[in-house]
Design a protein around this ligand. Sequence first.
Ligand code: C2O
Ligand code: CU
Ligand code: CU
Length: 460
Amino acid sequence: NARGLSRRQFLRTTAAVAALSTLPACSLVSASRQNGQWEYHLSAEPSQAELVPEHQTDVLAFNGETPAPTIRCRQGEPVTIHFTNNLNEPTTIHWHGLRIPIEMDGVPFLSQAPIQPGETFTYRFTPPDAGTFWYHPHMNSVVQLGKGLVGAIVVEEATPVVFDEEHTLTLKHWHLDRQGNWKDLAIPRYSARMGTPGEWGTVNGIHHPEYTLQEKATTRLRLANVDNTLTYPIQVRGAEAWIIAIDGNPIATPRRLETHKIAPGMRLDIGLIAPNAGETVEIMHMKGDFPFLLASFTATPSTLTEKPLPTLPLNPVAKPDLENAETRHFVFEWAGAITPADKQGKGKHEFWLMNKRAWEGMSKGNIPEPIAKLERGKTYIFDLKNVTQYHHPIHLHGHTFTVLEMDGKPVTPFHTDTVLLGKNGHAKAAFVADNPGRWMYHCHVIEHMKTGLMGFVEVT
Ligand code: C2O
Ligand code: CU
Ligand code: CU
């Protein structure tokens, strides 16, 4: 079995390198860029993948591929994505972190009708921000995301910022046993706690992939947590690593990466200089006291000479007007009310409350009042309080927060679409409500979202 693994890793690594050498054109999806316009054909369908070496697993996949194709496009340039639903159930596709018009946000009932099996829906948008984002369905999420419909979006800077090496790493623990058979994606007693963890850890669909870097290369690693449940505390060994962007958004002053937590939905861009040939950089998942290796990069000989890391321009996120801001309070609470499941196992599971309210089961007939009504153009400070002992990555669609305070302490303001509240954590995050529409606002631990921790804000 060890032989199969290394052979397979070799093949995958070669494929990855081949793909990278053709950047920035997108070789992985049928895509084309013409006259500053990007066009993609994307589908979702049942497929198979060899996630556990030498075992085939039935998955759901974009364009039949695992990992899903990375969508590349450029800040300020229009993108057209012809999406066809080849699943046996309805779906919609959401472009996580992109500040685009509500009609393109991919949320059933709030922004569009569900896309039925066999139907095609064309998404058109122009990303205003550059960075690392991702895409996923917004229906039956435990299953659709859990079984593989998760992919990265790379939005290049309007004025290209060039690193010698760039790698996108999507992190996901699949709910598989060692034979590649599915285990439960959601177990209620875990849904009511931290969520049900998958056991088969992968980066880009591979367990412990090994990549190469040209020695001394200026390197950008784009990490995206596309997992349903797990938070990855990230460390890098073997090179001095810098945080250059958080959740897609460059930070004003890069800082040394010690340990940085990325919860479901969150991203992290790391900048580093590749070491000398033969040396290895390791991306670690600091699980408690037990570090796990996620991926490794071995430096190969090159003719590159050492140079500083390029700097990233900040995204054009409107500056909150804090003087005239209005504060809205949100309390995230444990409800723990389990109503026994009916014979189909479809009982109401309401484990979590947002301001004393649980929204469980999204359907045409089950759209509640907005959790907040906001006035277009005005600045709001969301005061987020987690009164549970589990963490919650709180995500808002269509807008980008400027985080002001974490756990009672002011922070150097940074932009994000997802604020991670730790156990009993507290945060203050401001934003200008400049995008009209009904925007989902939810915990990105998918089981928490599905068992109550979701709502939407209305900007008019
Ligand atoms: Cu990744 Cu509703 O979001
Ligand atoms: Cu989103
Ligand atoms: Cu949560």
